[in-house]
Design a protein around this ligand. Structure first.
Ligand SMILES: Nc1c(NC[C@H](O)[C@H](O)[C@H](O)CO)[nH]c(=O)[nH]c1=O
Ligand SMILES: CC(=O)[C@@H](O)COP(=O)(O)O
Length: 139
């Protein structure tokens, strides 16, 4: 059994609840444990994962959040920089699944957050589990 940390950017609580449900279902059905911590937004998720990784308490990580385009360029920054930073951490051999949705509107987000539809939370958890498997295989 591995211990995973779900780091959620709780910008849209109701959407996160669906994403986290999907992620937890995937992790727990595979026999793993999951803890959840909350940060304000997607830009804080990579930093929180980096800090948590230094503790050696967690085998893998799932990033959860929703970024919905507004009126300004900020969407590109939040969506792009959170993804870029998560990729950089993954390239540093951390087993991370990225379940941060980046959508044009809430309808698109719901369709992807709902475990009975797109289940992107579960998908991100499965990606993290696969990376952890590979890290163990390559060790
Ligand atoms: N607009 C969204 C944000 N923005 C907040 C940033 O992520 C960050 O918390 C702030 O800039 C302070 O550093 N975050 C989301 O997760 N989703 C959004 O739609
Ligand atoms: C993704 C965002 O940062 C967005 O929610 C902010 O909205 P706005 O660009 O209208 O300030």
């Amino acid at each position: 059994m591995a211990n995973f940390l779900i780091v959620e950017a709780r910008f849209y609580g109701h959407l996160n609840d669906m994403l986290i449900a999907g992620a937890k279902a995937a992790l727990e059905s595979a026999g793993h444990s999951a803890e959840v911590v909350t940060v304000p937004g997607a830009l804080e998720v990579p930093g929180a994962i980096s800090m948590a990784a230094e503790s050696d308490r967690y085998d893998g990580f799932v990033a959860i959040g929703v970024v919905i385009r507004g009126e300004t360029y900020h969407f590109e920054i939040v969506a792009g920089e959170s993804a870029r930073a998560l990729m950089a951490l993954t390239m540093d051999s951390l087993a991370i699944g990225n379940g941060i949705l980046t959508t044009e509107n809430e309808t698109q987000a719901i369709a992807r957050a709902d475990p009975a539809q797109g289940d992107k939370g579960g998908e991100a958890a499965k990606a993290a589990m696969r990376l952890l498997e590979l890290r163990d295989e390559f060790a």
